[in-house]
Design a binder for this molecule. Sequence first.
Ligand SMILES: Cc1ncc(COP(=O)(O)O)c(C=O)c1O
Length: 375
Amino acid sequence: MPQRIADLPTPALIVDLDRVDANLRRAQDYANAQGVDLRPHTKTHKGPRFARAQIDAGAAGICVAKLGEAEMMAEAGLDDVFMPNTVIGPDKAARAVALAERVRFAIGVDHPEQVAQLAAAAEGAARPLEVLVEVDVGAGRGGAAAGGVAELLRRVREAPGLRARGVYAYEGFTYTTRDRDELVARHDEAQRALLAVADATRPWLDGDERRGGAPVVSLGSTPSLLAAVPLRAGITEMRPGTYAFNDLQQARWAAASGRWQDGLAHAAAHVLASVVSVQGDRAVLDAGSKALTSDRAVGHEGHGLLVDHGLTIARLSEEHGVVEGPGVERLRVGEKIRVLMNHVCPVVNLFPVMHLVRGGEVVEALPVAGRGFLV
Ligand SMILES: Cc1ncc(COP(=O)(O)O)c(C=O)c1O
């Protein structure tokens, strides 16, 4: 039975299905126009329902962040999973190998010790485990230096249970670039760096049998998708994730080619909160850091935007969000308001269910299947 949004107990996570559909379509159209595979990162919605919608829209497969997410997705029938993340420990190596025996599964590596553990676990496995080497192209997080990739691949080559599908990078620096010009320029540098590594290590790469043995060269983030960066020939795959829902942080990239308001129109997920009290020029919401997280958004003040009022949450404690200053008089005690969160992915991870909304009504309560999957 459809339910009115205003009847939901708060705080609640609401997801607008029409906006998700539009976001998935736009990303797939962009990937098609660029001639690359779209392999969405599902750490944003954390569940098989939207993963299937992404595949139905044309995605080549999915990405996950954790083995537990991969196992959950495989269990739900998603049969082409890449985990662009590394693991350490024989137990996790064994889980990775077991996954590759069930579905088409590949995992990232950026250190010889990871390769050694995966190689040991994959010895005698029914199917080889595919790996992609992560290259650091300036994000300063994971990833081997360009000069270390050949040696990693040599070790993969020596392991009978491993295959090297390709190389990948994560251009996380896109989040802190000032404007689209800077983003496009730095992204182009990253693409050139990744392509140079792929070229130099071509003899060591087994490649992707589905691409006739050509190696996968993969990168991707939502800012680069929303800013519609041009991709160089040789890039084969992009892996944005946040784009399915978007958030305040992404709104500036969604708006980069248009107006600010257009950025907000791409936001599919909001936290519904109640105004529980108004004290002078201060209003208190029942959504604090346990609903919105403490993540900040580059380019924005505060802890979330009350999209229908143009007000910003100034301060958070665990259960309270505080809105202060001019405009607060427009808020009524008991009113339910939509908050566009700074960063949607960890917010989804906090909620047991998301309420799916179409045409202003709640049509389904969808459990967040991968909620809290840390290992
Ligand atoms: C390795 C990797 N690939 C892709 C993504 C997706 O990027 P975004 O969150 O910008 O959509 C992430 C995000 O954390 C990531 O870590």
